[in-house]
Design a protein around this ligand. Structure first.
Ligand code: NAD
Length: 516
């Protein structure tokens, strides 16, 4: 039993099996085993929820919503404030547990929990700013206003790669808006889910509010499909692949519910000849290899102006030689493992396809040779971060797909319009970046007429990953159109009501209609 589990009381948790067999399958045995992706060893098993458990959780959520929505919003903010502080107290250990189970390096694990703390702070302020509007009525002695009301229980479905912060973005804002959350995590990360949720639920309970934050852990067939079809969840916020989003979107649309979809990305970086190339290089390497290429915002395509392409690729290849790959919990490691063996196979398939399509491997290109790893990591899912140069005609169909691994495809362009068109040519529209010293190029990329980047996130002289919580986060096209986190994303968790009040004594109709 790992010390970090005991740190969060998971060693005594009723649904945890501390010595899992390792061969249990969720469908057959009702247990999911969480593995350490760096060592391939089982960490612990988690008992799965049955349909009856799901029903009980949902009933509790409905009842809790009816109580919670009556709590004044700033008081709800006070609960969220204390939850944020509770995460502050365990920041390093919770970040380490996240690294242990998901495989991102410890600094990124801690950074992810910090993101939940940041959004908690943001939500506390928001709890006093759930502003509506007033507007003049066209009728005498009438008033008009818009107000924002709590929506209901929110089903939060999360991906394995941000197993703490994506819930945080949703749950902290939903809570101040007067909603309760039921969290359905990825079966690859049930332990960080339980540890994260228990803290929020304990603080809320201590303050007299039961069942504001609950978890259901189960297979997509038993729990996921039930939740998305369930009318008791007016909003399903789902983060994951485009394939999942198509299914969730259509099931929720069938019942005319609301969806907040945060789906796959295929993000590009454009480097102009007048860019600061040192800055572009560092940012591109972090964007491409951070979290072992398993961020939705990972840089997957690089467009280099033809005048700088050869030099930049040479520098990129030598930078890749210096990347330290290894145990995500060890200081100095920059890249950890992929999440599963099947992720390694997807990586290998994509590299093989790129080769067949005329791509040239410039760095990496294979599974990491286990003999280069310490003995305890030899069963881990390690690959070499990879750079592949497209053929001269830029035709590389595999680059149009999101492979959730550290593969960067490099293309060459002649002018910025061509680069922007290539950047926009994929199905997804999450994140995009340009490196340039010219404000004209930067503004062209951000053209307010919408002819520049077609993504939800556009960066100038920054890489594609590493968003701050203050802005609305999300993407266009197949990325799903949802917005979470900062700005006015809170509105997704509320329903709007337009109120018109007649404080006079006459019967007056709008549009001058007379009915006498
Ligand atoms: P996934 O699509 O396999 O799973 C995501 C979640 O959806 C899991 O909890 C899964 O159990 C659930 N799910 C799948 N089918 C379902 C169904 N029919 N009903 C209900 N729930 C269902 O994704 P993953 O491999 O965990 O994560 C990687 C993907 O997530 C990548 O495509 C990545 O780009 C994307 N992602 C997007 C964002 C974003 O904000 N845009 C953030 C993180 C990850």
């Amino acid at each position: 039993m790992h010390d970090l589990l005991a740190r969060f009381g998971l060693d005594k948790h009723p649904r945890i099996i501390t010595d899992p067999r390792g061969d249990e399958t969720p469908e057959k045995d009702g247990v999911v085993v969480s593995f350490n992706p760096a060592t391939g060893e089982p960490i612990a098993g988690v008992r799965l929820d049955t349909p009856e458990d799901y029903e009980q959780v949902t009933r509790k959520a409905v009842a809790a919503f009816d109580r919670w929505r009556r709590v004044p919003a700033p008081k709800r903010g006070e609960v969220v404030r204390r939850i944020g502080n509770a995460y502050r107290d365990v920041l390093h250990d919770l970040g380490s547990l996240l690294s242990l189970e998901m495989g991102k390096i410890r600094a990124e694990g801690i950074g992810e929990v910090q993101e939940t703390i940041d959004i908690a702070d943001f939500a506390v302020g928001q709890s006093r700013m759930l502003y509506g509007k007033t507007m003049p009525s066209e009728r005498p002695l009438h008033a008009m206003k818009e107000q924002w009301l709590p929506l209901g229980p929110v089903g939060v479905i999360t991906a394995f790669n941000f197993p703490n912060a994506v819930w945080g973005w949703n749950a902290m804002l939903a809570a101040v808006c007067g909603d309760v959350c039921v969290w359905k995590p990825s079966l690859l990360t049930p332990l960080i889910t339980l540890a994260t949720n228990e803290i929020a639920q304990r603080i809320a309970s201590e303050m007299g509010h039961e069942d504001i934050f609950q978890v259901v852990i189960g297979t997509d067939d038993v729990v996921g499909e039930r939740m998305i079809a369930d009318r008791r969840y007016p909003l399903i916020s789902a983060t994951g692949s485009c394939r999942m989003g198509r299914r969730v979107g259509s099931v929720v649309a069938q019942r005319l519910g609301r969806c907040l979809l945060e789906l796959g990305g295929n993000n590009a970086v454009i480097v102009e000849p007048d860019a600061d190339l040192d800055l572009a290089l560092k940012s591109t390497v972090f964007g491409a290899v951070g979290t072992c290429g398993q961020r939705c915002t990972t840089s997957r395509r690089l467009y280099l102006h033809e005048s700088i392409a050869d030099e930049f690729v040479t520098r990129l290849a030598s930078a890749y030689q210096t990347i330290r790959i290894g145990d995500p919990l060890s200081d100095g490691t920059l890249v950890g493992p992929l999440i599963t063996e099947s992720a390694v196979q997807s990586f290998e398939r994509a590299v093989a396809a790129a080769r067949e399509q005329g791509g040239t491997i410039v760095a990496g290109g294979s599974r990491l040779d286990p003999s280069h790893l310490p003995a305890n990591l030899r069963a881990g899912h390690f690959v070499s971060p990879t750079v592949i140069r497209a053929p001269r005609n830029n035709h590389l169909p595999i680059a149009m797909e999101e492979t959730f691994a550290p593969i960067l495809y490099v293309f060459t362009y002649r002018d910025l319009d061509e680069a922007i068109a290539m950047q926009n040519s994929v199905d997804q529209g999450l994140s995009s970046a340009i490196f340039t010293g010219s404000s004209r190029s930067a503004e062209r990329f951000l053209d307010p007429a919408g002819t520049g980047s077609d993504c939800g996130l556009a960066y100038v002289n920054l890489g594609t990953s590493g968003a701050e919580i203050g802005g609305a986060f999300g993407g266009e096209k197949d990325t799903g159109g949802g917005r979470e986190s900062g700005s006015d994303s809170w509105k997704a968790y509320m329903r709007r009501q337009t109120c018109t009040i007649n404080f006079g004594e006459t019967f007056a109709l709008a549009q001058g209609i007379r009915f006498e």
